[in-house]
Design a binder for this molecule. Sequence first.
Ligand code: ZN
Ligand code: ZN
Length: 157
Amino acid sequence: MVPAGARCATHAQVAAVDVCQRCGRFLCGDCIELVEDDSFCADCAARVNVPGSKLAKAGLVVTGLSWLAFGGFAFGYRTPLFLIGLVLVPGPGALAALTIAVMEWRRMKAGLSAARGRRWVVATFLFATPLLLLSVAMIAFAAFVFFGLIASERVES
Ligand SMILES: [Zn+2]
Ligand SMILES: [Zn+2]
């Protein structure tokens, strides 16, 4: 990680032992600032160590609720009302979760939100994307069946 003979960027007479994970500056033992087990220089540590945003977790919560709605409507299916719920609730829920995740990802890239929220955002992407695809497929299928019914009724009458 640190080339042989590298010196601390601030203390030229001291050997470097690590590199700042953000700006790449060489650091001696005195200059290392640990944030979540990663080494940073003092300047970068101040920028990286911003408070986490609750949005990151909110995205995953919305994803979970959307999946619950999907499961509830799918397994509790009794009436057409459930079918409408199955088609109309989980998709927009997943879309909202993905929107939150993208917003949060941008905030992290801009240094406005703590990078440790990344796992929540990644989990949101992983779980909300399949649900969104599933919902789009269901909506397409429902539309197909619906317009198929209308078309067949026209033929009969
Ligand atoms: Zn730095
Ligand atoms: Zn130093």
